[in-house]
Design a protein around this ligand. Structure first.
Ligand SMILES: Nc1nc2c(ncn2[C@@H]2O[C@H](COP(=O)(O)OP(=O)(O)OP(=O)(O)O)[C@@H](O)[C@H]2O)c(=O)[nH]1
Ligand SMILES: [Mg+2]
Length: 301
């Protein structure tokens, strides 16, 4: 039981695609609330993960990677990421230690003055590089923007994550908690379930296909025997893509469904019957309704 006054704040994690933002949110929360893949542009909308540290509640905002957007969906994702950072009390800027400060990170660092709260520099994936190059990287990024602190971590191994968490807990503003103590995410279960299926899709499919698909949960029923029956639709842009998602004799979709079902069942702690449908929706990347489904604003242009 702590007698300290409560603290609570929003911390946005921003950075180039694939630097490990979602992995870090999951590590801080201690549970998977945001999907992770080896591919860029995995996260599409804001995901809030909630972590507790002593008297502090940390609301971690996982954002889509920030990069030079081309398609409409890309623009929506990048705008969402900056919007999330602007609303936060603290911004954590994540840099991939292996990649160093590339053009994408430079562009983010150059815009940091627009954010109101303090910024922390988080150099991630330190398990991949030697220490001297880390110090040089930290110095180079610190020379270009003002950071309240610099952390060197591995979101994957957990190295340095506890130090970062204590620092964040000490620096969020005093005030009551925004969420109940047992809440770990603001993502509704049906959205998380759709995200998990999208993760499995990303892991199995290659090149442009993952980026031209999206997943929605259409139906979620609690059955009398305690099991959950879930229907989801995978939308793709073209018939040729639908065939690839199905695979020979339906093998690919079957494998995706089996992996997703297992993970969703572990989260809901009940048997899951997952039914996946694949539909062609030409130009869904320009359909406002699909954006609402993803939790994104539809950009006008
Ligand atoms: N070696 C190593 N790999 C990591 C670390 N953190 C994340 N990764 C890997 O980096 C890849 C990208 O991780 P994500 O968490 O999806 O990255 P992200 O920044 O959320 O990516 P987007 O959502 O696409 O912007 C995955 O393959 C992770 O397993 C780390 O500390 N060390
Ligand atoms: Mg992500």
């Amino acid at each position: 039981m702590t007698t300290d006054a409560p603290r609570c704040g929003f911390i946005a994690l921003i950075g180039a695609p694939n630097v490990g933002k979602s992995t870090l949110v999951n590590a801080l929360v201690g549970s998977k609330v945001s999907i992770v893949t080896h591919k860029v542009q995995t996260t599409r909308a804001l995901v809030r993960g909630i972590a507790l540290e002593g008297p502090a509640q940390l609301v971690l905002i996982d954002t889509p990677g920030i990069f030079a957007p081309r398609r409409r969906l890309d623009r929506a994702m990048v705008a969402t990421a900056w919007g999330g950072a602007q609303d936060a009390d603290i911004a954590g800027v994540i840099v991939d230690a292996g990649r160093g400060s590339d053009a994408e990170t430079d562009a983010i660092v150059a815009r940091l003055a627009e954010l109101r709260g303090p910024r922390v520099l988080i150099i991630n994936k330190v398990d991949l590089v030697a220490r001297p190059s880390l110090l040089a990287l930290a110095e180079a990024v610190n020379a270009r923007a003002q950071f309240a602190a610099t952390f060197m971590i591995s979101a994957l191994t957990g190295d340095g994550v506890a130090d970062l968490k204590s620092w964040l807990a000490a620096h969020v503003p005093p005030g009551p908690w925004h969420y109940p103590a047992d809440e770990i995410s603001d993502v509704p279960l049906r959205s998380l379930a759709a995200e998990i299926t999208r993760e499995k899709l990303y892991l199995r499919l290659h090149q442009e296909l993952p980026y031209q698909s999206t997943v929605e949960t259409d139906d979620w029923k609690q059955l009398k025997d305690g099991a959950v029956r879930i229907e989801q639709t995978i939308y793709v842009e073209r018939e040729s893509q639908r065939k690839i998602v199905l695979g020979k004799g339906g093998q690919t979709i079957k494998a995706i469904g089996a992996e997703a079902r297992r993970e969703i069942a572990a989260i809901v702690e009940a048997p899951v019957h997952l039914f996946l449908f694949v539909k062609v929706r030409e130009g869904w990347g320009n359909d406002p309704q699909r954006y609402r489904g993803m939790g994104l604003e539809f950009p006008p242009e």
